[in-house]
Ligand binder design. Structure first.
Ligand code: BES
Ligand code: ZN
Length: 594
């Protein structure tokens, strides 16, 4: 037995899943998915087959031709879950496993109607990255394993379903009042990209190959916000080559969705907090779209190589943003990223092993290691390579990289071998080894300057000395400029300063959650009571971890706001995703005792 992925029981010496067929019933009353998965092994196989599971109840296991397969479900291990070992009789070409998910499955969030926009129907969504596909179905839950899949999902007639796959029609369900939705994903994908959402869904076409799905109450707003997606796809194709997944659809989820976006192939999942009403947050769409090349075509082999997914994607996202909005806007995006990077390095400590790009994660839960480091340090490394060889040559390199590794899963070492082959000497020239394997930030990190950026930071740094932006300056700011200004203000201000900011920058009422949350973080960190109501409202509705961490963190500064945080959390907890709860609890554990 040799296991190349510290987060999976996948054993490359055993048969591999070549296709996956799911047949699931969505049971909102019991909060379970119940049904079967067929793992096609691509040919006659035998002997042990280890699968990952988490919280699953296994009914029967049998071969494709109906013979029963002996199996044992091991005791639960922290992080990994339960190994399901099958003993395949000789000649087994496929196995069928009947199973049910747990009501508190780590992969699924079941929402009450009250947690949706329409308030009338329940909602279900999955989030399998990093290692939760095993809480949705028994599988070889390592990105080393890629397989096409088919699914048929039975749900209440009033609801609709989407998956990270092409729609293949619907049929009446066996039970009255139900309907079966069919899906087909012909390209081989890792298990973390399998996704399902069920709810009261409507859609609007944005282009011949793109549409947006959302609850009926938000679908128009979503169609307006993301109207530019076809231009984005075309721009990305110009940079990275043809889009190979046929359709690029998006789903706007209810606000408890714990991420900004998730690059489920053919169906990006998005937080509704992107619906700012001014199209200012569509860089998240550029990011998830860019994963169609970096991440979904060329995939990290394990979470120890996560930077290959996210670092390349942040770099690619900013190339798209630059092509669409110019260099000045892109410099601001890099500056916002720098702020996130500094925060993450400070949170872990600059000598923490988690500041490496290539990480070692035996015994480490990927959710605990999550930070901006693989994103922003990774993107800076890619940008450094690009600057070193020049845009044209790097463009050819990227296309060659995507061509060589498309539909495969690779390690950091696969990447560096390819780099050395294609751009000999460049790795050594930029200090690739230190970038990839050492802690902290190397001192040859590229710097992204712009006059606008310098003016904004200087203005913010002058705030304590009495410097204030003029009304004309404020009204000329784009949302990103307002955000950068706020990010460079002191974390704690007096009540008069807070009042000045709120009056002149009109912050508390904003719908742009990047600006709103940055402001509320300063305001609650300053114990500024006039925002407490708005903070409660935001924290009770929004489950995006990017916002929960700083807000609950800043609420920890003062006794009065700690009490407020505990009170808000007690009420909001049932509505949070399990991932969000974990983040909040880890933040609140560090609160000083009152
Ligand atoms: N793939 C990630 C989200 C993710 C990472 C989920 C790790 C689970 C484990 C997605 O592409 C992402 O990076 N989302 C960002 C958006 C961004 C950087 C523009 C987010 O959610 O904030
Ligand atoms: Zn990403």
């Amino acid at each position: 037995m040799s296991r190349p992925d510290p987060h999976s029981y996948f054993d490359p010496g055993q048969p591999r899943t070549r296709r996956l067929d799911l047949a699931l019933d969505v049971d909102f009353a019991r909060r379970v998915l119940a049904g079967r998965v067929v793992l096609d092994l691509g040919g006659p196989s035998q002997g042990p087959l280890d699968l990952d599971t988490k919280g699953l109840t296994v009914g029967f296991v049998r071969t494709g031709d109906g013979k029963s397969v002996p199996f044992s479900l091991a005791a639960e291990e922290p992080i990994l879950g339960c190994r399901l070992r099958l003993e395949l009789p000789p000649g087994t070409a496929a196995v069928e496993i009947a199973y049910e998910t747990a009501p508190d499955s780590a992969a699924l969030q079941w929402l009450e109607p009250a947690q949706t926009e329409g308030k009338r129907h329940p909602f279900l969504f999955s989030q399998n990255q990093s290692i939760n596909a095993r809480a949705m179905m028994p599988c070889q839950d390592s990105p080393y394993v890629r397989a096409p899949y088919r699914a048929e999902v039975t749900l209440p007639e009033a609801l609709g379903a989407v998956m990270s796959a092409g729609p293949a029609g619907t049929r009446p369900g066996l039970e009255p009042g139900t309907r079966r939705w069919l899906f087909e994903m012909p390209q081989p994908i890792p298990s973390y990209l399998l996704a399902l959402a069920v709810g009261d869904l409507a859609s609007r076409d944005l282009s011949p190959r793109s549409r947006v799905w959302a609850e009926p109450a938000t679908v128009e707003q979503a169609a307006w916000e993301f109207a530019g997606v076809e231009r984005m796809i075309a721009t990305a194709e110009g940079l990275f080559g043809p889009y190979l997944w046929e359709r690029y659809d998006m789903l706007v989820l209810p606000p408890s969705f714990p991420y900004g976006g998730m690059e489920n192939p053919r169906m990006t999942f998005l937080t509704p907090t992107l619906l700012a009403g001014d199209r200012s947050l569509v860089d998240v769409v550029a990011h998830e779209l860019a994963h169609s090349w970096t991440g979904n075509l060329v995939t990290n082999a394990t979470m120890e190589h996560f930077w290959l997914n996210e670092g390349f994607t942040v770099w690619a996202e900013r190339r798209i943003v630059e092509a669409l909005h110019g260099e000045e806007a892109t410099a601001l995006a890099w500056a916002i990223g720098q702020n996130a990077l500094d925060e993450s390095v400070a949170r872990f400590g600059k000598d923490s092993p988690l500041t490496r790009l290539r990480t070692e994660m035996t015994g480490v839960d990927p959710d605990d290691a999550y930070s901006s480091i693989p994103y922003e340090k990774g993107a800076r490394f890619v940008a450094l390579l690009e600057r070193t060889v020049g845009r044209e040559r790097f463009g050819r390199f990227i296309q060659a990289y995507l061509g060589r590794f498309r539909f495969t899963s690779i390690t950091t070492e696969d990447f560096t071998a390819f780099l050395d082959e294609q751009l000999p000497g460049v790795g050594a020239q930029v200090g690739a080894r230190a970038w990839l394997y050492e802690v902290g930030m190397p001192d040859n990190a590229p710097v992204f300057r712009s006059a606008e950026l310098e003016a904004l930071t200087a203005l913010a740094e002058g705030f304590e000395g009495g410097g204030r932006p003029t009304p004309a300056q404020v009204s000329a700011w784009a949302p990103a400029e307002m955000l950068i200004y706020l990010q460079h203000l002191p974390r704690e201000l007096g009540a008069d300063a807070c009042a000045w900011l709120d009056t002149n920058l009109k912050l508390t009422g904003r719908g742009n959650h990047e600006i709103l949350v940055e402001w509320l973080t300063i305001a609650v960190g300053s114990d500024y009571e006039p925002v407490f109501g708005r903070v409660r409202e935001v924290l009770s509705r929004v489950g995006r971890m990017k916002y929960l961490r700083p807000l609950y963190g800043a609420l920890g500064r003062h006794a009065r706001t700690r009490a407020l945080a505990r009170d808000i959390y007690a009420a909001a907890r049932p509505g949070y995703h399990a991932l969000s709860r974990r983040v909040i609890e880890s933040v609140m554990e560090k609160y000083r005792d009152d």
